[in-house]
Design a protein around this ligand. Structure first.
Ligand code: ATP
Length: 596
């Protein structure tokens, strides 16, 4: 398939901010994409050449691109760099430079999406001697073969910055429309779906099924191929592959132990809520793979956990869900998440840091065992299976501490004992519920003392002055509203002056620096990559920020490098928190009215 056709779609997607228009354009494109090009087209529309479950990520240094562009066009690197500084987008620099040069020297021959895909994939995975030269020629080949518009998109793809506004939700809906619901009644004038109440229910159910398929397969190309070949039959018997991560089940929150019991239903299982990070552990014979909650492969960072799983987990093959929690080697007590979080990103001296910050894994669920998929099995039974393969090995691994009861004061005492042991709170789980990947269904809830927290993404900032010059000292944060981000406030407190005391301005600035995409005076615009947990005193309605809300006394609590953009708090969660808070305040007012 011609790459120019895909670029035509890109142009259409970039020309609208309307989600439904994007979905329609993508639907039509997918319907007309030849079978053999579907996989390539889907990955490229996501701005990548890899499935979400694959560990490789696209990432090529700006310098290399400047060099390749210079080779392909004959323009001086310094000249290219100058226009890059002016325009701020290397894709656009490529487009305009090639457009100018093309008139004189270069000739054009059609690029295919397969060619673009293959070159980018080779480029990203290539290592070793002579690889820089080979990489340069792979990029230059694409730049000299395609049109200037194609060059723009090639460069943006290589940079991992396609800017089409196509998130997972749009892609999921477009795949559904293309292969299951081609005549979805879309009123383009009003920009709404014209579905009656009955149809709406059916439609929502189909979308949910497609989402569930994706949550298991973790690959939109697989989902699309199944739907294209087998229609809705393709949604049945979704295979689980040991070694390929699936989305983790998430939990809702409860205000108290009593509320948890009410939400989950009695009797329910209470478990310690460990303050660590989540690991989905895959064991296949002696091969063990570890994935974070955002499904990043962190096997190399935790050789200690790999060893423990190889040695003690008795199943030949399994997928288990666990929390890795830091323990103090001397006292054996749990450590706070912040102290061990550096292990997740560490790429060097791994054995040394593993010794300094040992972790223990608390295993709380099982998804597959010895070729058997356990997703639909009730939690109570899954837990029994888990206990047969996960022994208690002090300071290494154990089934999570659990207590089944329908007695509220006993549950309350368990909650207190969990807090006393240094945990965050408790989880309450329905014994009869299945495991639902990717969803925050109410099969389980968390109860912890501090509830007013949001996970927000940093989208901007301000350089400090005086002795804080050189650091970004105020951070604009945003929540998610569908596929867009909406600002909700600025955070400046909670970050430390010195790194010994916690996350410092310097550390945060260094993390953000590569993602700065624009500057004006002291203000910077930042590509949304870094997610932080923010506590606040109150949510207020405010016209200052696009979300319509602002946070009173927002405070940085910790980096959430275990979370992805998908996990950022949503505007509707903010709205709910705001409503709850008004409810609480209303009660206080009511009470005082009563007293007067
Ligand atoms: P939080 O910010 O409160 O950690 P979260 O947004 O990361 O929550 P939730 O689904 O809301 O995720 O809370 C559940 C998280 O708690 C799980 O993802 C897991 O990492 C952790 N956890 C600790 N102990 C348990 C347990 N016994 N069972 C399930 N999850 C547990």
């Amino acid at each position: 398939m011609r790459y120019a056709d895909l670029c035509g779609l890109y142009d259409a997607l970039a020309s609208t901010t309307k989600r439904l228009e994007k979905t329609r354009a993508l639907q039509i494109f997918l319907q007309t994409t030849p079978k053999e090009s579907l996989r390539h087209a889907i990955y490229l529309c996501q701005g990548t050449v890899f499935a979400s479950h694959e560990k490789e990520k696209i990432g090529v240094a700006d310098r290399l691109i400047l060099k390749a562009l210079s080779i392909a066009t004959g323009a001086e690197e310094s000249e290219l760099e100058k226009s890059w500084k002016e325009i701020g987008d290397l894709g656009e620099v490529a487009r305009s430079t090639i457009q100018k040069k093309r008139q004189s020297t270069l000739f054009s021959q059609p690029l295919t999406i397969e060619k673009v895909f293959d070159n980018i994939k080779r480029l990203v995975t290539m290592e070793g001697e002579g690889s820089v030269e080979k990489k340069l020629s792979l990029i230059a080949e694409l730049l000299t073969s395609g049109s200037s518009n194609e060059a723009k998109y090639v460069i943006r793809t290589i940079l991992g910055d396609l800017r089409l506004g196509v998130g997972d939700g749009v892609l999921r809906d477009a795949i559904t429309w293309a292969f299951l619901y081609p005549d979805v009644p879309y009123n383009t004038e009003k920009n709404v779906l014209d579905l009656g109440e009955e149809c709406r229910k059916k439609y929502d159910a189909i979308i949910e099924e497609v989402q569930s398929a994706y949550d298991i397969l973790n690959d939109f190309a697989d989902v699309a191929q199944r739907l294209r070949d087998r229609g809705s039959e393709g949604l049945r018997n979704m295979p689980i592959h040991v070694g390929r991560p699936l989305k983790v089940m998430l939990f809702q929150k409860a205000d108290s132990v009593a509320d948890a019991k009410k939400q989950v239903g009695a009797p329910c299982a209470f478990e310690y809520k460990y303050d660590g990070f989540r690991l989905q552990i895959h064991k296949n014979g002696d091969t063990v793979a570890l994935f974070t909650r955002r499904l990043e492969d962190v096997t190399a960072q935790f050789p200690d956990i790999v060893g423990v799983v190889q040695r003690y987990v008795t199943a030949k093959q399994c997928i288990i869900d666990a929390e890795a929690v830091g323990i103090d080697p001397e006292s054996g007590k749990y450590r706070a998440f912040q102290e061990i979080s550096q292990r997740i990103k560490r790429r060097y001296n791994i054995d040394e840091i593993a010794q300094r910050f040992p972790v223990e894994i608390a295993v709380f669920d099982i998804i597959a065992k010895d070729g058997r998929d356990l997703l639909t099995m009730p939690f109570g039974e899954r837990r029994k299976i888990l206990e047969t393969i996960v022994p208690l090995i002090p300071r290494a691994m154990a089934p999570s501490k659990m207590f089944i009861t329908d007695n509220e004061s006993a549950a309350q005492a368990f909650y207190q004992s969990s807090l006393d042991a240094g945990n965050e709170g408790v989880m309450a789980k329905s014994i009869s519920a299945p495991y639902k990947p990717g969803s925050r269904v109410g099969f389980g809830v968390k109860v912890k003392p501090v509830m007013d927290a949001l996970d927000l993404v940093i989208v901007g900032g301000e350089w400090g002055e005086g002795k804080r010059a050189g650091w970004i000292t105020s951070f604009t944060v945003a929540c998610k509203d569908d596929d867009t981000l909406k600002e909700i406030g600025r955070v400046g407190t909670g970050i430390k002056e010195k790194s010994e005391e916690g996350v410092s301005f310097e550390e945060l600035t260094n993390l953000l620096r590569p993602h700065i995409v624009g500057e004006s005076g002291r203000q910077v615009t930042i590509k949304p990559e870094i997610i932080i947990e923010v506590h606040y005193e109150e949510i207020q309605v405010s016209p200052t920020y696009a979300s319509g809300f602002a946070l009173r006394f927002p405070r940085f609590v910790r980096l959430r490098d275990d979370k992805s953009l998908d996990d950022v708090s949503t505007l509707s969660q903010v709205q709910d928190l705001y409503d709850d808070q008004r409810g609480r305040n209303a009660n206080i007012d009511d009470a005082s009215d009563g007293l007067v």
